[in-house]
Design a binder for this molecule. Structure first.
Ligand code: NDP
Length: 291
């Protein structure tokens, strides 16, 4: 299939490469053009300098920070798009905004799926992402061969917005688990229990999570905090997670608290720091480091 890709960031860069490796013809566009050129040279994709250059594709992916940027590029491309084109948005976006974008694109006869992903840059690189899809069943069927190049667990969750809602809930759970683990591990350290020893047993016990199994052992305890997923982007996801619970009328004090903490973390530690650096908030309050 001829595929267009918008947004060669930490996730989009390796994802677009995997589509090409699976045999698709891939046109890449990036705001900073040098990245698109480097991608074309490294993987045999075709860099386009202007957004309109993507209009010949049968399917167009977007992988941008928020739904706002997706709206902007969709609006700019709209006059050039052909009826029947499929737009697949891998941004961790907002359900409500996705429905607006789907309606905008429908003016040109363009179909829309929200398809945010989980699995981080490692999953993007390996093509083993989990993909959470919202949209019509027929559009999902059409996109399946493309998803197969990107992920291992691909689930159709409901109409447009269902993918983004599920992703926002998932990431709010990640954010809450990260800070809860930081509080507990810091307290244990002060009680004389080494964090790596505590994790050894917690990770064979019922309190384990992705944070305790992967993030603390591989990024926090060694103080490496590699930048793979910006703190500002996780704070954005938690804000969306709160919109989902509030919109559904579900009392959600834990989601609210997580939103406040991540807003504070993004402000004090920095939006461009890695998300795992949020634990430094707990460390500053507790007066010690988890190592
Ligand atoms: P990055 O910040 O690494 O990349 C963002 C991309 O968007 C870049 O290509 C950037 O272009 C482009 N961009 C930013 N602003 C604009 C704009 N105004 N107009 C056009 N292009 C723009 O983000 P990630 O790749 O990490 O994240 C992308 C999405 O995936 C986010 O929604 C994030 O929440 C989600 N996600 C991220 C994961 C991760 O581990 N990193 C995991 C799962 C989901 P330029 O190169 O010019 O800056």
């Amino acid at each position: 299939m001829k595929v267009g890709w918008i947004g060669l960031g930490a996730m989009g860069y390796p994802m677009a490469k995997n589509l090409k490796a699976a045999g698709h013809e891939v046109l890449v566009y990036n705001r900073t053009q040098a990245k698109a050129k480097a991608h074309a040279e490294a993987y045999g994709t075709r860099a386009v300098e202007r957004l309109e250059g993507l209009a010949e594709a049968e399917a167009i992916f977007s992988c941008l920070p928020t739904s706002n940027e997706v709206w902007e590029v969709a609006k700019a491309l709209l006059p050039h798009l052909r009826t029947g084109t499929l737009w697949i948005d891998c941004t961790s976006g907002e359900p409500e905004k996705s429905r607006e974008i789907a309606a905008l694109l429908a003016e040109a006869g363009v179909r829309f799926l929200d398809a945010p992903v989980s699995g981080g840059t490692a999953g993007a690189e390996a093509g083993t992402l989990a993909i959470m899809v919202g949209g019509d069943a027929a559009d999902f069927e059409r996109a399946k061969p493309l998803f197969a190049a990107l992920g291992k667990k691909i689930v159709h969750l409901g109409p447009v917005g269902a993918g983004h809602a599920t992703k926002a809930v998932n990431n709010t759970l990640l954010a809450a688990a990260l800070l809860a683990a930081a509080e507990g591990l810091l307290a244990l350290k002060k009680e004389g229990v080494a964090p790596e020893k505590a994790l050894e047993v917690i990770n064979q016990s019922s309190g384990r999570s992705f944070a305790t199994e992967v993030l603390f052992p591989e990024r926090v305890l060694d103080r490496s905090f590699p930048l793979t997923f910006k703190l500002g982007l996780l704070a954005k996801d938690v804000r969306i997670g709160n919109k989902v619970t509030e919109g559904a009328g579900v009392p959600s004090p834990l989601f609210h608290l997580t939103r406040e903490l991540f807003q504070a973390a993004a402000k004090t530690i920095g939006e461009d720091a890695d998300h795992t650096e949020a634990v430094k908030l707990v460390e500053a309050w507790g007066g010690d480091e988890i190592r």
